[in-house]
Ligand binder design. Structure first.
Ligand SMILES: [Zn+2]
Length: 134
């Protein structure tokens, strides 16, 4: 019946559930802004609130949920907590989502040489200017 996909192996129940949960967590413009800001480096609630143009209370609530979902981690230093994106996969998720949005927005073909003019993130994505053909 499904001869077309003989070697297809599906992720297990738990993996699918957790991936869906991650997408659910990311389905919010403010959270995407927060995570994008965190890709530039560690940040505090106060700084993040300024970056994303939301109140510290709102940012705190988003961070708590993102942290529970394993997308963000916190590091306590005295009375401050510094937040960062959990790992390189979170970077990749955000980058790909924004690149894909760029494709949709600019009606870009995947096989044509193109650039993505997203702000460069420290530590992984792009350290020097626009990313080519990604
Ligand atoms: Zn692209």
């Amino acid at each position: 019946m499904h001869d077309g996909l003989p070697d297809l192996s599906m992720p297990n129940e738990e993996q699918v559930h957790l991936a869906a949960e991650s997408f659910r967590m990311l389905a919010d413009p403010t959270r995407i802004r927060i995570l994008w800001a965190l890709l530039q480096g560690e940040s505090s609630v106060t700084c993040l609130a300024e970056f994303v143009g939301a109140s510290a209370t709102t940012v705190s609530q988003h961070l708590a949920k993102l942290r529970l979902a394993g997308l963000v981690r916190g590091r306590r230093e005295g009375t401050f907590i510094y937040y960062a994106a959990a790992d390189t996969h979170v970077r990749a998720l955000l980058a790909e989502a924004l690149f894909h949005a760029d494709h949709t927005d600019r009606d870009l073909a995947d096989d044509r040489d193109h650039e993505h003019a997203l702000p460069a993130a420290r530590g992984g994505l792009s350290s020097s200017g626009p990313i080519r053909n990604s």
